[in-house]
Design a protein around this ligand. Structure first.
Ligand SMILES: *Cc1c(COP(=O)(O)O)cnc(C)c1O
Length: 386
């Protein structure tokens, strides 16, 4: 109780926290201050993709912490270079800019797109088309990019140059791109905060082709969907498209703050010396942890994600109190008859931590959650929805 009171008194009141104080964790289990265990079906919010205190990750960051924790970006460090190489080799992207969060990874994506468009088409080509119901982060510009009115209301004026197309409506996208001098289209292949909604395959393919034919850059925001979450390394790989820019964060650092913006062939040299930067970006400890995470996201691991996904879809389909199951891989939304928050509170009482997204219960468990724990958690969730 003490910690919760102190937090409520001194920490800015931006989070509607659940009454759980976590003091430790191991794998897919969190332990609270009273010694009660919870099965983690959220990974934080899609961050601890190998669970809490994963041994290999812990070793990697501890070793790096004993060498050097920060050098600034004036100098070279091994983990940063190594991670960039792994990301490029695994995706075919050409270069990486590192930052510390999803919002920053998207900021870099948009800065790159605007500069590329200015260089190749003229500085009036600055508009970025995003989708309605999207979420791209909390900076003023990324709120502006986010296609949900509720994020726009409190912080006017927002950054100009963002317009929002109806998701899964190609004509609306085409209309907006003809009405505006467009630098880029930015999408989440599965809208996470928007309620775990996967875009249509044909729509995404058509959009990617249209962007390519019209020299409009395609940015895929893989902050939540990335790093194995959807059963492929990045969600765009489920759609057979090739973005020009991929932003990611959340899971990539395995629990430490890290954002990455991957730049494809067209834009690999768009940002020059002094065009962008970050004090903490590419932090050696965060990158050392990320190397240990990324180098284990192989086909076997991804197959495990798809198997677990199938189990959850099967379990929740036609289950009492669950009206629909949406999403992809281990990114799952449940439309429940009961209010989502009530379901989550009920799950907490029964030792399972889940998330919400809009009116959905959202599940983002660790990618390697053991089957027996997954089965146990699914049973609890099912009962709490019924
Ligand atoms: C979480 C999220 C962000 C913002 O990430 P932060 O690390 O909180 O800045 C951006 N885009 C998507 C799709 C996200 O899910």
């Amino acid at each position: 109780m003490n910690i919760q009171n102190e937090d409520r008194e001194y920490v800015a009141g931006t989070y509607d926290r659940f009454p759980v104080t976590i003091i430790s964790g191991k794998g897919s289990i969190f332990t609270d201050v009273d010694g009660k265990n919870y099965i983690d079906m959220g990974s934080g919010i899609g961050v601890n993709i190998f669970g809490a205190c994963d041994d290999e990750w812990r070793r990697a960051i501890s070793e790096q912490a004993s060498k050097v924790q920060h050098t600034s970006n004036l100098y070279y460090t091994e983990p940063c270079a190594k991670l960039a190489k792994i990301l490029c080799e695994k995706t075919g992207m050409k270069k990486v800019f590192f930052s510390n969060s999803g919002a920053e990874a998207n900021e870099c994506a948009v800065k790159t797109a605007r500069k590329y468009a200015a260089d190749t088409k003229g500085s009036e080509y600055f508009t970025v088309i995003t989708l309605k119901n999207s979420f791209h982060g909390r900076t003023i510009s990324m709120l502006s990019a986010t296609g949900q009115d509720k994020f726009h209301q409190l912080f006017q004026p927002l950054t100009p140059g963002f317009v929002h197309a109806e998701a899964n409506n190609f004509d609306d996208l085409k209309r907006l791109s003809e009405e505006n001098k467009t630098a880029a289209i930015m999408i989440e292949c599965v809208q996470g905060e928007g309620g775990v909604m996967a875009l249509n395959q044909e729509y995404v393919k058509a959009l990617a082709q249209y962007a390519n034919e019209n020299n409009i850059l395609l940015i895929v925001d893989e902050v939540q969907t990335g790093n194995g979450r959807t059963g492929q390394l990045y969600s765009y790989m489920n759609f057979g498209i090739k973005p020009d820019i991929v932003s990611t964060a959340k899971g990539i650092g395995g629990g430490l703050p890290l954002g990455a913006t991957m730049l494809g062939e067209k834009v690999k040299d768009t940002l020059g010396k002094g065009d962008h930067g970050s004090t903490f970006g590419g932090n050696p400890i965060a990158c050392a942890g990320a190397v240990s995470i990324m180098s284990r996201l192989d086909e076997k691991l991804l197959e495990g994600v798809r198997d677990r996904s199938k189990f959850l879809f099967d379990t929740f389909s036609n289950s009492k109190g669950i009206e629909s199951v949406t999403g992809m891989g281990l990114m799952i939304g449940l439309k429940t008859t009961k209010k989502a928050r009530e379901v989550v509170e009920e799950c907490i009482k029964n030792g399972v931590l889940c998330l919400t997204a809009k009116d959905k219960v959202r599940l983002l468990p660790p990618l390697n959650i053991p089957m027996d724990l997954l089965e146990k958690a699914a049973e609890v969730i099912k009962n709490c929805c019924a």
